[in-house]
Design a protein around this ligand. Structure first.
Ligand code: NAP
Length: 308
């Protein structure tokens, strides 16, 4: 009888714990995606200027424009001077904010950062958006099937990981001195769990997620927020400007919704649609692996492939 009572208590505690966790998840989703539409952090409190890497198209351009719309002056960094000038003119004409453009190629490795640091010297930078990132043609192939000329290992590593680290090293010291700052790192849902056939890109996004969460813990007490945003599909050049629908967001809608989540969470899929898709993928991550493998090699599914 005693054993029965003991098991009943353990069962009740477990069910209570699961219910509490579910309630907490729902509450977090509600505050992050719905309450944040009404109560937003005033992003101007972090400082006058925002810096956005990869700012001439897609998600980066959308972040730059949304930040300008919310009252910040914007430093735009990308490879093409022509495109930089175009986006800068758009921002100045549409929102009346100041802009500064810096031409840089983030595949270039450590040598590009002294010039960027020099160009940013003396500017009151409140927000850094580490958005720049690249995939490679031939992705969705087995690792060895991607030719060296397309995989471009050092370029992907430099662009997706070194840029986040180095840009943070440049802006963080002044943020710490002022006791205020926001760093947004654009990761990907692909960094949330292993995605076969996108191995290198996937691994770089895991890096973005982990460095964001570590830095957020290290510097939160100094007034710095580090947020990792992990989108699913956003219609941009990277995704061949695929059609916007319930699952695929436009870059401008995505940036607006993702910026609303600042102050609510340090890790987010950015919008409610992507949050729900991520939740479903999490439930079936083993299935995702098996499907990815089946799509590639119908007769070569190894027995020990991810059985959870
Ligand atoms: N789109 C999605 O569905 C999706 C999903 C998950 C995560 N993401 C992540 O979101 C970020 C932005 O992606 P996106 O889809 O907006 O890409 P995109 O449309 O291809 O835009 C990339 C931006 O980065 C700049 N850029 C590219 N390579 C560069 C380099 N080597 N040096 C300097 N600037 C460079 C491009 O401008 P220039 O060509 O003028 O240099 C452009 O402004 C990436 O980190 C990506 O991994 C995207």
């Amino acid at each position: 009888m005693d054993l029965m009572w003991g098991l009943a208590v353990v069962g009740a505690v477990c069910i209570g714990w699961i219910l509490l966790k579910m309630l907490w998840t729902c509450w977090c989703g509600f505050t992050t995606f719905f309450l944040s539409e009404i109560w937003r952090v005033d992003l101007k409190k972090y400082g006058k200027w925002a810096v956005v890497t990869g700012a001439t198209s897609g998600i980066g351009r959308a972040y730059a424009k949304e930040l300008a719309r919310r009252g910040l002056d914007v430093v735009l960094i990308s490879r093409s001077n022509e495109k930089l000038q175009m986006v800068a003119e758009e921002i100045e004409a549409e929102y009346g904010r100041r802009t500064l453009t810096i031409q840089a190629d983030f595949t270039g490795g450590g040598s590009i950062y002294p010039a960027i640091e020099e160009a940013l010297r003396g500017i009151d930078i409140g927000i850094l958006v580490n958005n720049v990132g690249m995939s490679y043609s031939g992705s969705f192939s087995q690792f060895l099937d991607v030719p060296d000329s397309e995989l471009k290992i050092s370029q992907v590593v430099n662009c997706n990981m070194l840029s986040v680290t180095q840009m943070t090293r440049i802006v963080l010291p002044d943020m710490v001195k002022r006791g205020s700052g926001l760093i947004i790192n654009i990761g990907s849902e692909i960094g949330a769990r292993p995605y076969p056939f996108l191995s290198l890109y996937c691994a770089t996004k895991v890096f973005v997620r982990y460095i964001s969460l570590c830095l957020d813990s290290e510097y939160r007490s100094k007034g710095i927020t580090v947020q990792c945003v992990a989108p699913l599909l956003v219609s941009t050049n990277m995704t061949f400007n695929c059609r916007v629908n319930g699952l695929v967001k436009s870059a401008s809608d995505f940036a607006r919704e993702a910026l609303n989540t600042v102050g609510y969470t340090n890790y987010t899929n950015g919008c409610v649609s992507h949050g729900l898709q991520s939740f479903v993928l999490k439930l079936g991550s083993g299935l995702v692996h098996r499907l990815a493998y089946l799509m590639k090699k119908p007769r070569e599914v190894p027995e020990n492939l991810h059985k959870d």
